[in-house]
Ligand binder design. Structure first.
Ligand code: ADE
Length: 231
């Protein structure tokens, strides 16, 4: 890929790239700041999309239409859903689903988008492989692949987590990835989502999140940076 989009939801998640990227062309669209520069001979566009699926979707479409990105990498933090995941561990998306999509009264399964071609959005296998390799080389034993669940809610309840694991076999939960994934699939743009765990989406999440977001966000971004070196 010659042109790559990198998205994070919060400042901590994209800081690394904004600080180290060569070139500083900045464009603001829909209130989102896009920073364009060069990294390892590639054209890279970095942006903070803001929290939630709508922000993520708008940002993704703008990257595709306005900047001609050929692939998108999302980097950030998430709440652990898989029981074996600890704070700081890393999940690379195999596929993503919007867990708050609920049309069950009409007979659709939870998470299914009615009349859509697909509701579980697969990440690009080559990007997944590159992310796993980069994760393993930087933080041995801490990286796994899995399904990432997204919804417009901060999950902070043990029973909700258990339900998400049971119903969707999710590895972790966050608020943007599956929106990026859907928009990328609608446009035929390859993508992958990387998330490091800031909390366990349980009763301690509101304490753990502010405590561990910096560490987790830095790990995810460090892996993306390593990935860029080999892509
Ligand atoms: N991002 C980080 N932790 C999260 C949680 N517990 N729920 C939703 N998004 C998150």
């Amino acid at each position: 890929y010659k042109t790559l989009g990198i998205i994070g939801a919060m400042d901590e998640e994209v800081e690394r790239f904004l600080l180290r990227m060569d070139g500083n062309v900045e464009t603001v669209k829909a209130g989102i700041r896009f920073r364009e520069g060069e990294w390892n001979g590639k054209r890279v566009i970095v942006c903070k999309c803001g929290v939630g699926k709508v922000n993520a979707a708008v940002c993704t479409q703008l990257l595709i239409d306005g900047f001609g990105v050929e692939a998108i990498v999302f980097t950030g933090v998430a709440g652990a859903v898989h029981p074996e995941l600890n704070i700081g561990d890393i999940v690379v998306s195999t596929d993503l689903l919007q867990h708050d999509m609920d049309v069950t009264p009409l007979g659709f399964e939870k998470g299914v988008i009615p009349y859509a071609g697909e509701s579980v959005f697969p990440a690009d296998p080559t990007l997944v492989e590159a992310a796993v390799a980069a994760g393993e080389s930087l933080y041995p034993g801490l990286t796994r692949t899995g399904r990432i669940l997204s919804g417009d809610q901060f999950v902070a309840n043990r029973d909700v987590v258990a339900g998400l694991y049971r119903e969707h076999q999710g590895a972790c939960v966050e608020m943007e990835g599956a929106a990026v994934a859907q928009v990328c699939r609608m446009n035929g743009t390859p993508f992958v989502v990387l998330r490091s765990m800031s909390d366990k989406a349980d009763g301690s999440a509101h304490v753990n999140f502010p405590e561990f977001t910096k560490l987790a966000a830095e790990r995810s971004a460090a892996i993306v940076e390593r990935m860029l070196g080999v892509m």
